[in-house]
Design a protein around this ligand. Structure first.
Ligand code: BGP
Length: 454
């Protein structure tokens, strides 16, 4: 079966600065650099994000590989900790600025649309240390100054700006589940950090729209809840509200989710709602997995956590990515597209991250190339549902695979590989995997044949 996308549909790949650039000695410490320096045992095999993909020194090679993959578009992020020599006084790091200017210029010269994100979980450490990170209003103001500097320095190269990548993935782990640095655990911290990030997003969007004319949006991760029984309906609603709608609603509908505010009130959580909402031009949705949710059966926390109302589980028989423990449900792409179409005014959007992480991928090496047919199948399955939604009027303009080159992945470091291009950590060789040839044809021709189950 031929699956056709519109001619102007953009097929690309996403990555981020802290996961690829390396050259940590040419910047100030981010929370990741600090955490790795002080607690390397937290990271898989004690590997840090330096040199990662060494993109700081090898960006020309990377751009050549992007050209080989025939990417229509590419997203990366600017590291706040590379732009300022001192993020408190805002003194510019000229070296960092010329790196990004050269890198971005090369991407544009390769005829690839450039999407640039301003925050990919990488707060400069000094802002955590001095002010308590996203719990502080001061950090909101400093983020806005950082955004203004980036707009001024790089707008000529950028096609689409993104204020934040997956704010919830970050705040959930950093302020709520005590999972990544600064390792807070508390619903109030989560509420406050999210609200401050929302404020920072709105201020950056407002400034950009008044002064520049490209497009600006935000990238949100969606973990759509799946419930299997009627009695779990409210559990599903609370999950959706606390994980998905905190940003979706204010960013697109320009209002807070009412259930969210009600639950906060009921549990005496404090929030200072923002009053100025500024429209975005598009939204990016990262989708990896849905989450099965049911009524909480065993709440043991003292104090209020949203899981007072729900628990997550994986029902027997559900297909999962065994390396990551994530459910694989391609049809949810269609549901997301429909939700955006029907409940969020059919705003312009793209599937900004989707992909498959595989551990020990070298075991699929044959004739000098990783034979990742499973990845091609994974992409086809998801795109099948996306194409169906586009045909039914979903305003989706693109798909970005996570990721371009196998990169550093937070606490998992290089355990799971997602790339179109493999990175050999011993020889440092970067080489297209088999799937990259499928993806290249797709980016050029905008159609594919399959997937196998259709
Ligand atoms: C997203 C992040 C990416 C990337 C990806 C893969 O949530 O935006 O930075 O890491 O997930 O997940 P992981 O690296 O945890 O396997």
């Amino acid at each position: 079966m031929k699956i056709q996308f519109p001619w102007e549909f953009s097929f690309g790949a996403a990555t981020s600065g802290p996961q690829t650039e390396g050259a940590s000695d040419k910047k100030v410490e981010s929370i990741w650099d600090y955490w790795y320096r002080t607690q390397p045992e937290v990271f898989h095999n004690q590997v840090g994000n330096n040199p990662a993909c060494n993109t700081y020194y090898e960006y020309m090679q990377d751009v050549e590989l992007m050209k080989e993959c025939r990417l229509n578009s590419f997203r990366t992020s600017i590291q706040w900790s590379r732009i300022f020599k001192d993020p408190l006084t805002l003194s510019i790091n000229e070296d960092g600025v010329s790196f990004y200017r050269n890198y971005f210029k090369a991407i544009k010269e390769a005829n690839i649309d450039l999407y640039v994100n301003l925050f990919h979980f990488d707060l400069p450490f000094v802002l955590e240390d001095e002010y308590g990170g996203w719990l502080s209003d001061k950090v909101v103001d400093l983020y806005v100054e950082f955004a203004k500097a980036c707009f001024q320095l790089f707008d000529e190269f950028v096609d689409k700006w993104i204020t934040f990548n997956e704010p919830i993935a970050f705040t959930r782990s950093a302020y709520f589940y005590n999972d990544i640095y600064p390792c807070h655990k508390g619903t109030q911290a989560y509420v406050t950090a999210n609200n401050n990030i929302l404020k920072a997003h709105m201020l950056a969007v407002s400034f950009y729209k008044k002064n520049y004319c490209k497009e600006i949006g935000i990238v949100l991760d969606l973990l759509p809840p799946i419930i299997c029984s009627k009695e779990d309906q409210y559990a599903g609603l609370v999950y959706d509200v606390f994980i998905n709608k905190i940003f979706l609603d204010p960013c697109i509908k320009h209002e807070y989710n009412k259930d969210y505010l009600e639950i906060l009130k009921k549990h005496e959580m404090d929030i200072q709602p923002i009053t100025e909402f500024h429209p975005i031009d598009f939204v990016g949705i990262n989708y990896y997995q849905p989450v099965y949710v049911r009524k909480q059966g065993d709440y043991r926390e003292s104090g209020f956590y949203p899981w007072y109302y729900f628990e997550t589980y994986i029902p027997e028989g559900v297909r999962i990515n065994e390396y990551r423990g994530w459910a694989i449900e391609p049809r949810v792409v269609y549901d997301i597209a429909k939700t955006i179409q029907n409940e969020y005014g059919n705003i312009k959007w793209y599937l900004s991250e989707n992909g498959m992480g595989v551990e020990n991928e070298e075991k699929f090496l044959k004739d000098g190339m990783i034979q990742d047919d499973y990845r091609t199948e994974f992409i086809k399955e998801h795109l099948y549902y996306l194409a169906k939604a586009v045909e039914e009027g979903s305003n989706c303009f693109g798909y970005h695979l996570w990721t371009f080159i196998d990169c550093f992945s937070w606490k998992n470091t290089f355990k799971n590989r997602y790339g179109l291009v493999s990175l050999n950590l011993q020889t440092r060789e970067k080489k297209l995997k088999k799937n990259a040839f499928f993806y290249r044809d797709l980016a050029v021709n905008k159609f594919f044949i399959g997937p196998s189950y259709v």
